[in-house]
Design a protein around this ligand. Sequence first.
Ligand code: MLT
Length: 385
Amino acid sequence: MQDANRILKLPPYLFAQIDKKIAEKKAAGVDVISLGIGDPVEPTPKHIIDKLYEAAQNPVNHRYPSYYGMPEFRVAIADYYKKRFNVELNPDKEILPLVGSKEGLAHIYLALVDPGDYALVPDPGYPVYETGCILAGGTPFYMPLTKDNGFNPKFDEIPSEIAKKAKLMWLCYPNNPTAAIAKDGLYEEAIEFANKYDVAILSDNPYSELTYDGYVAPSFLETPGAKKVGIEFNSLSKTYNMTGWRIGYAVGNAKLIDALGRVKTNVDSGIFNAIQLAGIEALSGPQDCVGEMCQIYQRRRDMVMDALDSLGIAAAKPKGTIYVWVPVPDGFDSVTFANHILEKTGVVVPPGSAYGPSGEGYIRICLSVKDDRLKEALERLKNSL
Ligand code: MLT
């Protein structure tokens, strides 16, 4: 049997590859410490688990969920966006729950992109921005995120013939993988660009709540005119340590939400109701758990910064996300440095080049590992250099 051409063009998924490497090393008896995937090690807060437990007992919740998400969950998302970002959303038309935001990032391509269309993709960027485009038969156009522009895209460097053929543009701030934050005026510029070229803006904002040193991240939708041109994806995964639960959502422009919903109703059957009820508890229950996670990640970030400092590696101190974007020392590139670390120390880090060509020269360190293991990983790293 023959694979379809579209999957022949698909690179292997970064974290699936990394999982394989981890398994191989563990099988060889190595004490592996993964600073790879952003997957919180702390448990989901108890009040959220309790709600799931209670909701899972009710047979009403065992049947098919609504294709468009429970109305109560959509209202909870609307209330959350109003309270957190002062953004008004119509729960019936401007909100779509997702089985984790990753599937939404991939499915939106089937709603917006035809073969021959371009998608404007941050480079480096979360791999699904590129692979979703390939699956839909579109062509990704990389927007380099470089240090000189604070890892923000330069819209004036996008050729107008590409912009005219582009259907959508991704933005992600606080940014994965560079941990940069949005520059002042970024969203205003993006909206101007979107209006000029009729391009949808897709803001991917799963790290909005994980910020440090007093920085508060905005929603793209706070910017005047945003809802006319775009939507925002958000997730409960990182904010409430719920990566395994698969629950996220898209909010904003009603036409884009409707288009995504038309794809999804034909592809999946929604999120287990008990998980949506727990999601309501997460968004509308006590939020101290989020502040506590920020303190934990800030402490780990500082541990990483101190270690890098002692090695003479000058990385920018992140104000958000659970990552540190680390320039590789002289004599290495991204892959050789990541391999060096793995072979010499058993510590797993993704090479920056796996996130796009402009990620060359960096590795990403993730903070979702217990303090003692992070300390151990940093000690091993120091000894290996
Ligand atoms: C990451 O590590 O970049 C993310 O956690 C991966 C994901 O969200 O799938």
